[in-house]
Design a protein around this ligand. Structure first.
Ligand code: CP
Ligand code: NVA
Length: 322
């Protein structure tokens, strides 16, 4: 009996066909994904024929080390393979309509992973295609990152009960995903940004609504020291995301008080871990002493991208086309 058949007998399916934004996944989906990711991580050989011959198109408008490698290695180690589509130039929609790209790809491959500037591009791919579409980062969200991050926190702390994560820096795509997925899992998320760099108000409002159901709290502050108090995880990301490099000079000044230093880590809960989605700009948002410390889990997060995304691909692609 193959691992997939065994899994199908034991587990429910995901409630969705695509992962466009973090809000798509229910709490049950998250549980299912994490359970499978745990088995994929512990026993990768059992899943080597989970997706035999399945073809994954990987569209990238932006650079990537972790996402590209983990999706390509992931699908290959499940028995399928990937085709890389460099869309740095032209971006999606410039040479032909996004819906035409979605309809073409649906005739050739079994799934699409897409990293785009505009979040609407991934939404449109999902709307107009008949195959699963996974958001591999847009300007609004990075759901695969949040999945790996909370999976990592679950491993480190034996679950999510009572956890608090402090995000310090820019209220960006990664911050949005951590807010929504954290709220769903019952992890309290406090965000400290400079004034004017807060996460989008509608995402914060959505996270607050979700947190009411799980007993978590969502807080927005400007003071990083206040934000990390009592946090088991201190998370930061680059001050200028891909596409915002033009504003780096200004941001370097605005964000300087938000650098994660040993002093800031000392103000968090005892044994707090340091997290970063990577790539890191050492000496800017985080100092070497913190990212290289034993309490840094950044490479565990990066490793878990592979396991969590393999679980996601299995759950989304094992059932074939819509
Ligand atoms: N964290 C992350 O998505 O890394 P890449 O940009 O290298 O894919
Ligand atoms: N916020 C960063 C994340 C990189 C993985 C960016 O969008 O560039």
């Amino acid at each position: 009996m193959t691992a997939v058949v065994m899994m199908a007998e034991r587990q429910e399916k995901l409630s969705v066909r695509n992962l466009v934004a973090d809000r798509d996944l229910t709490r049950g989906d998250l549980r299912l994904l994490f359970e499978l990711a745990d088995r994929v991580k512990t026993s990768p050989g059992s899943f080597s024929r989970a997706l035999p011959g399945k073809q994954l198109a990987m569209i990238f408008e932006k650079p990537s080390l972790r996402t590209r490698t983990t999706f390509e290695v992931g699908i290959t180690s499940l028995g399928g393979f990937a085709v890389y589509l460099d869309h740095t130039k032209p971006r999606l929609g410039e040479r032909e309509a996004v819906k035409d790209i979605a309809r073409n790809l649906s005739r050739w491959v079994d799934g699409v992973v897409a990293r785009t500037f505009s979040h609407d591009s991934v939404t449109e791919l999902a709307e107009h295609g008949s195959i699963p579409v996974v958001n591999a980062l847009t300007d609004m969200f990075h759901p695969c990152q949040a999945l790996a991050d909370f999976f990592t926190l679950g491993e480190k702390f034996g679950g999510f009960q009572g956890l608090k994560l402090a995000f310090v820096g820019d209220g960006n795509n990664v911050c949005h995903s951590l807010l929504i997925t954290g709220a769903k899992l019952g992890v309290s998320v406090t965000v400290a940004t400079p004034p004017g760099y807060e996460p989008k108000a509608e995402i914060v409002a959505e996270a607050k609504r979700l947190a009411e159901e799980t007993g978590a709290s969502i807080e927005l502050l400007n003071d990083p020291l206040e934000a990390v108090a009592g946090a088991q995880a201190v998370y930061t990301d680059v001050w200028a995301s891909m596409g915002q490099e033009y504003s780096m000079h200004l941001r370097a000044q605005v964000f300087a008080p938000y650098r994660v230093t040993e002093n800031l880590m000392a103000a968090a809960a005892p044994a707090a871990v340091f997290m970063h989605c990577l790539p890191a700009h050492r000496g800017q948002e985080v100092v070497d002493e913190v990212i290289d410390a034993p309490t840094s889990v950044v490479y565990d997060q990066a490793e878990n991208r592979l396991h969590v995304q393999k679980a996601l691909l299995i759950l989304l692609m094992q059932n074939g086309r819509a």
